[in-house]
Design a protein around this ligand. Structure first.
Ligand code: ME8
Length: 505
């Protein structure tokens, strides 16, 4: 059986999740559901990043101990994922023993094998990014709270892997997606790569994994957190499990943390002698009011407000449909409502109502027996037959927005077909089996079923209701063949799955 291991970043528990975090996690969930629907063995991992300065500060601000803070804040994430219908297979917290023990093993191993050295470093340090930055980076902007710092620390000999990393990126075009990010990383690697400072003196930061070989220091939060992708799948503790899942198939993240993954993480794996991830995908940012939606900027949209008002699935749909792979996207309520009304209420929702009501009223609520297909019927049937393969290719290429648009275009074609065949008129003449109206309703219900199934990973809960409304039972759950709804299948009564949102000016 083919396996598919997919990860999200581990989110900092310094604040509650917003639409940006929800986006990456929903994307992973949609892809995981999609791969499961193909019969693959899927492991979907997410979790929380609980050490480091950000968490220490957040805990200090609340006047609680960092562990207590993390224990409370992790619940905001797990409950949010539950509300968003995220079906993960693994959740890892970096304060768990199964993680910290393995991080200490790596630290000891690197120390003994001479991958680390100690040196005094003086330079500019970004408090918000928790790393030393160059003058050029500061000039280019984007860093807050930059201070001059002189400190003795441990360094990982990252620079010695520079050539191997460049070679790997060039030889594996799917390693960093999209290609714009690959070019960005190759550009970054044109300059000599420095070594990575992996420790923080306890005098400055207490909240982290203590270095097993020097009690005066804790581990740099990124060196700790990145290792979750292997500690969660039992690296060193269950060989069969680890070998089953590693190397990871797809690591998702926003473009803000592509360097830490493509450079730090990758060189750490090289030093560990482990195979590299097959693909790492960096998506764009959700913007709000013209800038990146971010906890520290305070311009965030909270998913809960939207879920409470419009339901989970429309939120999932909007986020997946409106962000084009690799590009930024602006979140506005106006865009959300426009998208909802046009795609879900008009195209999809009306279609469901039309088809089920016509069948209910004219064919005793059962899929009628079709007669001969004419050219118009055949055109639509052919189109519906082609679309699943087209969508599979788009999803494999991670073009989720295009895949969704292709499904919506099938619904639009079905609406055009209905207008052309006007079954509401035809039934007045003849509503017997094999009549023109019967054929139209048979074709429509079956095409609708194919489109709905294709949207199931995106809107699992409402699609489940819609499938049962169409009389789709467990025996015909799988597959996208035309004609799975056989004559006689009982169709339910639609209760407008996507009522139109009326805006009061
Ligand atoms: O960086 N638009 O955690 P984090 C889109 N702990 N995605 C966004 C977003 C936005 N405006 N804001 C956040 C960390 N994200 C580290 C990761 S991994 C071992 C450690 C998403 O809580 C996006 O996936 O700051 C981004 O990369 C991630 O949240 C950053 O989450």
């Amino acid at each position: 059986m083919k396996k598919f291991y997919i990860t999200t970043p581990l989110y900092y528990v310094n604040d509650q999740p917003h639409i940006g975090h929800a986006y990456t996690t929903i994307l992973a969930d949609v892809l995981a559901r999609y791969h499961r629907s193909l019969g693959e063995d899927v492991y979907f991992l997410t979790g929380t990043d609980e050490h480091g300065q950000k968490i220490q500060h957040a805990a200090e601000k609340r006047g609680v101990d960092p562990q207590q803070h993390a224990d409370e804040y992790v619940l905001h994430f797990t409950s949010m994922w539950e509300k968003l219908h995220i079906k993960y297979d693994g959740f890892i917290r970096t304060t768990e023993k199964r993680h910290t023990d393995r991080v200490k093993d790596v630290l000891n191993d690197f120390y003994e094998r001479g991958e680390f050295y100690m040196a005094e470093y003086e330079g500019l340090y970004s408090v918000s990014e928790e790393r030393f930055v160059t003058e050029k980076e500061v000039e280019e902007g984007g860093f807050r709270e930059v201070i001059q710092l002189k400190e003795k620390n441990y360094f990982f000999k990252m620079s010695k892997y520079q050539d191997a990393l460049i070679r790997h990126i060039k030889e594996n075009p799917d390693f960093i997606i999209p290609s714009s990010r690959q070019n960005e990383i190759l550009g970054f690697l044109k300059k000599p790569l420095g070594d990575l400072c992996i420790s923080r003196p306890k005098s400055r930061l207490k909240w982290g994994i203590e270095l097993p070989f020097d009690k005066e220091y804790v581990t740099y939060v990124w060196f700790d957190a990145l290792l979750n992708y292997i500690t969660a799948i039992e690296w060193k503790t269950d060989e069969a499990c680890f070998n089953k899942w590693w190397p990871v198939d797809l690591q998702l993240m926003g473009k803000d943390i592509i360097t830490t993954h493509a450079v730090y993480w990758t060189t750490m794996l090289m030093a560990l002698g482990l195979p590299l991830p097959k693909s790492i995908l960096a998506h764009g940012w959700w913007l709000s009011g013209g800038s990146k939606m971010s906890k520290s900027l305070g311009n965030v949209v909270r998913p809960l407000d939207l879920i409470d008002e419009y339901g989970v699935d429309p939120v999932r749909y909007f986020l997946m449909r409106d962000m084009v792979l690799g590009l930024d996207s602006t979140f506005t309520m106006d865009a959300f409502i426009r998208r909802y009304n046009s795609d879900l209420a008009n195209d999809f929702g009306n279609l469901i109502n039309r088809v089920t009501i016509l069948i209910k009223k004219n064919f005793d609520g059962k899929i009628p027996e079709p007669g001969e297909f004419n050219l118009t019927d055949k055109e639509l049937i052919d189109e519906a037959g082609r679309i699943p393969a087209e969508i599979h290719l788009l999803i494999d290429a991670l073009k989720l927005s295009d895949a969704i648009e292709t499904t919506t275009s099938l619904f639009r074609k079905l609406n055009v077909y209905l207008e052309k065949k006007a079954p509401w008129k035809a039934v007045k003449e003849d509503r017997s089996p094999k009549s023109s109206a019967a054929t139209t309703m048979y074709v429509s219900a079956n095409v609708l079923l194919i489109g709905a199934r294709l949207l199931s990973p995106v809107m699992p809960s409402r699609i489940k209701d819609i499938l049962s409304l169409l009389g789709s039972t467990s025996d015909n759950q799988a597959g996208y063949d035309f004609g799975l709804l056989t004559p006689g299948t009982i169709v339910g009564e639609s209760r407008s799955p996507f009522p139109r949102i009326i805006l009061d000016d």
